[in-house]
Design a protein around this ligand. Sequence first.
Ligand code: NAP
Length: 516
Amino acid sequence: MLQQLDRESETAGDGGTAPRHFDVAVIGTGFAGLGMAIRMKQEGMDDFVVFERAAEVGGTWRDNTYPGCQCDVPSHLYSFSFAPNPNWSRAFSRQPEIWDYLKDCARRFGITPHIRFNHAVNMASWDETEHHWRIETAGGDFTARVLVAGMGGLSEPSIPPLAGLDRFKGTHFHSATWNHDHDLRGKRVAVIGTGASSIQFVPRIQRQVGELKLYQRTPPWIMPHRDKRLESWKHSLYQRFPAAQRLVRNAIYWGREGFIPFFTNPRLAGVPRAIALKHLESQVSDPELRAKLTPSYQVGCKRILISNDYYPALAKPNVEVVTDGVKEIREHSIVSTDGTEREIDTIIFGTGFHVTDSPFAQRIRGRNGLLLSELYAGSPQAYRGTTVAGFPNAFMLLGPNTGLGHTSVVVMIEAQVRYVLDALRFMRRQAVATVDIREEAQVAFNAGVQEDLKTTVWNAGGCASWYLDQNGKNTTLWPTYTWKYRRLMRRFDPAQYEAQPSSRTAAAVNARVAHA
Ligand code: NAP
């Protein structure tokens, strides 16, 4: 760390003209960016920087502070395998505890000094002559041999362009940028969207607001929640015997892998459907409301949600579930497509994120000056969700088709981090300046993924979801068991890449290795 600070002050003395150079630049400090940084540090790879647009680490778990924000994957699995937390207070952690965990990881593993806070990346461009990335950030310019993008798919909130929203005189905000200064008590509140975020905050705000109008375009399937407090004897057990916690983590992991047939085999669709319908029937007695809340597509087509307090909240007298779409927003009201006008003080958007149209793709230029978004043309794709032809030495964490509908994405992140580390080792060992995935390898890989997705509930379940991009292609989800992905990502596979040696880079690398 001291070496790194010394070097920065040296470069600061050059009048600020030469961008600071690092071997690896990581973007983001959520699970992906931090996971990458921690594992590099553990491997003794110290020459890296981490860019963070905010003033704190945490990614989505820093940004999403809405009431009731909680992870729907069990805590023991929704955490790094190399950094177990024996003290999780609940089976399913709430946002503040996960955020604390990430802050603690950044500190504990010595990542904080590597992080440049308030350094949003505005543009990253491949320099073909110098064989490195030029990175323009809000805090200055940098260069790096390798770029690791760890922003994830759920970092850019999406607010639909509803007619008249700009005329609205009340307060409006997105669930991911919750306005905690705005007092909801007694207000007439409209919530738009009924996805994973909405079903968590609706039961919380229902108790405070005067009236709640819930604009539901499509009802979600909801399962019972198995959350519970974790007793202190368990904390002591896991502290004294970490193997016991590993055992629990493994049991959760394999239990969740067991869900895959329900997503991939249509003959099993009746099982989750029966559980979800029973849950709805047991919590909502009004047949009219129940009908509104009963989805018409297969369970799993959209993310399966879990909640014990969402349905009861909707049955309260101050709540109206509006199933007509939003036609227009006026200064103090919302008009729905049936012409009904409802007076509104506050609009809360639970309308999700830019996933397949992530703005980052417009901020990264590969060979020949091509933007990633131009290459994608609305359908993101990468080799193993990690590398893209024409973008040498760039690795994406949670890239295309690495999202999950059944278990923890941290599992996928760790598999990718392992692959990237192996790539870095390969590049050092072989004195390779650049690795660029062969286009034919990328195309063949994606053809296989799309083939596997064809019959899954995510593609054929009869719904529109954010899993599908603007071309109707599923470019977000991994189609099968995560153990298959983990196996695939155990080793970097250089044969699939164009590798370019550079005598200059080789000499520099050798010198650095010799120095180390
Ligand atoms: P989401 O699941 O994408 O839900 C967005 C909601 O907004 C949907 O109900 C959607 O309706 C509705 N919507 C979008 N545009 C609309 C429009 N123009 N008019 C009316 N309604 C509109 O978003 P999210 O709830 O923020 O969750 C996003 C993802 O974040 C989740 O799927 C999950 O992966 C993650 N998440 C995870 C947790 C967790 O517990 N781990 C918690 C929160 C979020 P349609 O269904 O009709 O499109």
